[in-house]
Design a protein around this ligand. Structure first.
Ligand code: DGJ
Length: 732
């Protein structure tokens, strides 16, 4: 049983972790333990009650000065209760002041997993997970908070979400709602987070916590390139293989806020949820508000295990696409090949070459619709530009299908150009103040997705294009942040709801799109990886990882991305050199090895490749297809980090049964009088023998024990950014 309830103690067990809460005599839901799996011990013996001065006492405590929510660990702390740390809820229940005090009301346990209306959430069959619902109630008013816990024993994952219920006869004004809180009676920890910028997303950073608040947030209306909604808290000595660590992933694609506060008594509190910088929500009598889900995981064997918990949980119980278990097509995307300068014949040339090289799909990127020969116009006019293509979309896709390729297409449905027929007809569809110049981004405006009629327009156009031709894949792009956003559909005092309503509008369209075309392969994108979050993964089994296609910078970007997200969700392409983003020249082989770290494809004019490159490309496609199962379903290990190792980066995929594995190595520096370098495999069977191949050539037989403990010697790099690839499988 994952959920054990003993009187007032709730203990949640996964295979390797235990999480515990207790309702105390004042009816407050305290948090008592989260960490390595133990028995059902009542951990409240660890609580120290003390009169700390300037720490208020709730009404139930009367003059008991040693009882204060200012230092007690809680499950869902609220503003107004005398707890001055970061909180989960700021709510005006009708008095005009933000006063709220939540006490335990009731609980329920269900088989399977709760759902969150209108929001992505992890799913499960009745055997895969259990749900605990704890209902808290305001001390005075009929205002309820339902706390949901989803327990996935197998992955060491516990999910959380909060649902607010207004059962009063008054409006309740919410100005902050965080989805989860974790209180710990320690703070000697590091926080790991993933920051960045456009074309340089998810850079790993590890910082010690300090007294006060460490916080990460996106105020951009999307999860953003700048900060990813995923953090890890770890012991000081935790590394890939040893030590305690806790992961927190928010399943949300809008702005978010994560705070880690070390308080006056050296305790730690971590909260996360929707960005509250511009948030307000009016909860009317009888209404519910659903917070996005947080997926927490614990590992006591380092980051590697934590990542595998997330990879397995997300692959099996978050990504719900028909493609989650299927082999993804190796595609060529024409963006870096042509940008806006193409016609139907050019696309057919690329398609023919793609077929010769063994690829499966051609993706037509930006520029096929409306008046769109640059990024200054056309967004919103989702009508095929037949003049530019030289044929209808149907004719083009038929010809591509005849060549033997599938066809995919790019959309940026959430946007509108001022120079578009849509804008000329419906300027009010754009998010902007009626009487002010808008704030532009990439010279475009954002559509008001909080409005049904705007979402209906987008759906009508999307579905019309989808129905007009055999389209098997969509790349869903989003190329700016929200700014000075105003909806004419919301009264002034409710503009604070806009950003969350925007995200709900987006999710509703994605939901309808996938229900209507269940076999569609949907790839997420936001100027590369500006919306690479677990919320989007629910809809998109793969996401374009970055607009930066340089193999060496991708080592960092893909390294950071791998901490939370399964590698099959990381869309990665071989592009031309000198690289279009940074001018670097890398060997074609290395570009292939780096792109095969994720879901593989090409982004260059295949018809312009040299004969040598074509031979290599053909081999790359064959290799990727041959070993696809290992890459998608194998256990992923970061073997050498691009941050700590200046000379080379390495990563491994190992089959879960240890029957086969691969290690890819990219050299990032070269030296005179070269030193020997080794890589050590993980996840093998110690006493079995493996055939070892390097770059397709047999190089020997070694035991699993030897490969894991002694490792294998790397070749001397022959050129800048050289690379190699080991494949091992059990000797028959
Ligand atoms: C940004 C994307 O990340 C690129 O791959 C490309 O699709 C462009 N947008 C097209 O405008």
């Amino acid at each position: 049983m994952g959920i054990n309830i003993n009187n007032n103690i709730f203990t949640l067990h996964t295979l390797g972790s235990t999480y515990q809460m207790k309702v105390d005599e004042k009816k407050i839901l305290l948090h008592t333990y989260y960490g390595k799996r133990t028995d059902d011990t009542d951990y409240s013996y660890l609580l120290e009650m003390a009169d700390r001065g300037f720490s208020g006492n709730i009404p139930q405590a009367k003059d008991e000065r040693t009882y204060s929510l200012d230092f007690l660990p809680q499950e869902f702390p609220v503003w107004g209760s005398g707890d001055y740390r970061v909180n989960c809820l700021v709510a005006d229940l009708g008095s005009g002041a933000n006063d709220c005090l939540l006490v335990f009301d009731r609980y329920a346990v269900y088989k399977g997993k709760y759902e969150l209306q209108g929001l992505p959430a992890m799913f499960a069959s009745e055997d895969e997970a259990e749900t605990l619902e704890i209902v808290l109630k305001d001390y005075h008013e009929n205002f309820y908070v339902h706390l949901y816990y989803g327990v996935y024993e197998k992955y060491d994952v516990i999910t959380r979400a909060a649902v607010l219920e207004n059962n009063t006869d008054k409006e309740i004004k919410i100005s902050r709602i965080m989805s989860s809180c974790l209180d710990m009676n320690r703070s000697d920890m590091d926080m790991i987070h993933f920051h960045g910028r456009h074309a340089n997303e998810r850079e790993f950073e590890r910082t010690p916590l300090f007294h006060g608040i460490s916080e990460l947030r996106s105020t951009r209306g999307t999860s953003s390139h700048q900060h990813n909604p995923f953090i890890i808290l770890s012991d000081k000595n935790t590394d890939e293989n040893i030590g305690d660590c806790y992961g927190f992933s928010l399943l949300y694609s809008g702005g978010f806020h994560m705070q880690a506060e070390v308080d006056q008594t050296n305790q730690l509190r971590v909260v996360m949820g929707i960005d509250d910088s511009d948030f307000k929500w009016s909860l009317q009598p009888g209404e519910l508000f659903y917070s996005p889900e947080v997926c927490m995981s614990y590992s006591n064997s380092g980051f590697s295990k934590l990542s595998r918990n997330y990879h397995d949980a997300f692959l099996n119980n978050l990504i719900r696409s028909a493609w989650k278990d299927k082999q993804r097509p190796v595609l060529v995307n024409n963006w870096e090949a042509t940008y806006f300068d193409f016609d139907g014949n050019k696309l057919l040339d690329i398609a023919k070459e793609a077929k010769t090289l063994g690829l499966d799909m051609l993706v037509l990127d930006d520029g096929w619709f409306g008046k769109r020969d640059s990024d200054y116009s056309g967004l919103g006019d989702w009508y095929v530009n037949e003049k530019k293509l030289g044929c209808s979309l149907r004719e083009l896709t038929d010809r591509i299908n005849e060549i033997g390729l599938k066809f995919g297409i790019w959309f940026e449905p959430e946007m509108i150009s001022e120079d578009s027929d849509l804008y000329r007809e419906h300027p009010d569809f754009a998010l902007k103040l009626p009487d002010r110049e808008p704030v532009r981004g990439r010279s475009q405006l954002v559509l008001d997705m909080s409005r049904k009629e705007v979402c209906d327009y987008i759906k009508e156009r999307l579905f019309a294009i989808m129905d007009s031709a055999n389209i098997e894949y969509i790349k869903w792009d989003m190329n700016r942040s929200l700014a000075a956003a105003y909806s004419i559909a919301l009264p002034g005092e409710r503009q604070g709801e806009l950003r969350h309503r925007y995200v709900l509008g987006l999710y509703s369209i994605l939901e309808e799109l996938l229900n209507r075309y269940p076999n569609l392969l949907l790839e997420g994108c936001s100027g590369g990886g500006g919306r690479f979050d677990a919320g989007m993964l629910y809809y998109c089994p793969q996401i374009w990882c970055s607009d930066n296609t340089d193999a060496i910078e991708r080592l960092h970007i893909q390294y950071g991305t791998s901490f939370a997200y399964p590698m099959s969700s990381v869309s990665a392409h071989v592009s031309v050199c000198p690289n279009h983003q940074n001018g670097r020249v890398t060997p074609f082989k290395t570009r292939g090895i780096c792109a095969m770290q994720g879901t593989f494809g090409y982004e260059l004019d295949l018809s312009k490749m040299t004969e040598d490159e074509k031979i290599l490309a053909k081999e790359q496609v064959e290799t990727f297809k041959k070993h696809y199962k290992l890459f998608q379903f194998g256990d992923y290990y970061r073997i050498e980090s691009p941050i700590e190792n200046r000379d080379f980066t390495a990563w491994e995929y190992a089959d879960k049964n240890g029957t086969e594995a691969s290690i890819s190595v990219v050299f990032t520096d070269m030296h005179g009088n070269h030193l020997p370098h080794f890589v050590k495999f993980k996840g093998l069977l110690s006493d079995r023998k493996y055939n070892v191949c390097r770059d397709g050539e047999f190089v020997g037989v070694h035991t699993g024990a030897a490969l894991m403990n002694g490792g294998i010697l790397l070749p001397v790099p022959k050129e800048n950014y050289d690379s190699c690839w080991f494949y091992i499988c059990l000797e028959e």
